[in-house]
Design a protein around this ligand. Structure first.
Ligand SMILES: [Cu+2]
Length: 276
């Protein structure tokens, strides 16, 4: 059974195995297929057209499915690996600078100020193991600018305020919607998910965000917040229930897989659990 742990409590052996599996997926080309898939969706997900991965109710089930596929790919390399999650709500007020997440035995640190290039850890360009091939320009090195955008990471109080919203989503079912999904995604209100992408900066602030492995840890936490919201609001379900143009209703299957609907993904426990 797969147990997704807080990244802060991984042992050094668990970190080493997770990194090794990432590097093997990168080497084989499978990693960049996930980056390209995400980028394709973010480019076509628009507020007034067909939208599946972002700006829409299926933001949460679509990324849950993406993470499941990615976790299975990691496990095909090393069955002991599970996706860790990054609870960024505890990393504000400079705590992130002391976090083991950004240490050189895990994801490496921020990029250098001149060009954003990450220069330490397993994904630094100099290792030769992490060439960027899916992206908007010709720079082939991983880029970050931790905290450089000026806005702090979301706090626990901000997370709580979003978990308190009792309606999953509502018309117009896009980035203008009120409700839990859009406040978590971050187009409205305190902004949780989008703000963290921008906080990391570099590739994470682009459609090719999975180029940075922290993408998976960030989304594993967003996925966990969805599960927490479900537990707090047992009477509130996924919306829309049916028949809404351009967005995925409860029992409609999602592109590009066309084999699972949001309803099939509401319960994560057949596939994995969390450590707390
Ligand atoms: Cu995304």
């Amino acid at each position: 059974m797969t147990v997704r742990k807080n990244q802060a409590s991984l042992t050094s052996d668990e970190k080493r195995r997770f990194v090794a599996a990432l590097l093997e997926l990168k080497r084989s080309g499978r990693y960049d297929e996930f980056v390209a898939l995400h980028n394709t969706f973010i480019m076509s997900d628009t507020d007034h057209g067909e939208r599946t991965g972002h700006r829409s109710p299926s933001f949460l089930p679509w990324h849950r499915r993406l993470l499941l596929d990615f976790e299975r790919a990691l496990q095909s390399v090393d069955p002991s690996v599970a996706l860790p999650y990054w609870d960024w709500s505890g990393d504000g007020a400079g705590a992130w600078a002391r976090s083991s997440l950004w240490a050189s035995d895990f994801l490496g640190g921020s990029g250098r100020s001149r060009d954003g290039r990450v220069t330490d850890g397993p994904f630094a360009a100099a290792t030769g193991n992490w060439p960027i091939t899916v992206g908007v320009d010709g720079r082939t090195y991983l880029r970050r600018a931790l905290g450089a955008g000026g806005r702090a990471l979301p706090t626990r109080a901000e997370v709580e305020s979003v978990l308190a919203l009792s309606t999953y989503d509502m018309p117009p079912w896009n980035s203008a919607s009120d409700g839990f999904r859009n406040h978590l995604e971050g187009w409205r209100g305190v902004n949780l998910h989008n703000r963290v992408h921008v906080w990391v900066g570099g590739h994470m602030a682009t459609g090719a965000s999975p180029n940075d492995p922290v993408f998976w840890l960030h989304h594993a936490y967003v996925d966990k917040l969805w599960a927490e919201w479900q537990r707090r609001h047992p009477g509130s379900g996924y919306l829309p229930a049916a028949g809404t143009p351009d967005v995925v209703a409860l029992h409609e299957t999602m592109r590009p897989w066309h084999d699972m609907s949001p309803a099939d993904l509401l319960d994560h426990t057949p596939n994995y659990t969390f450590d707390g």
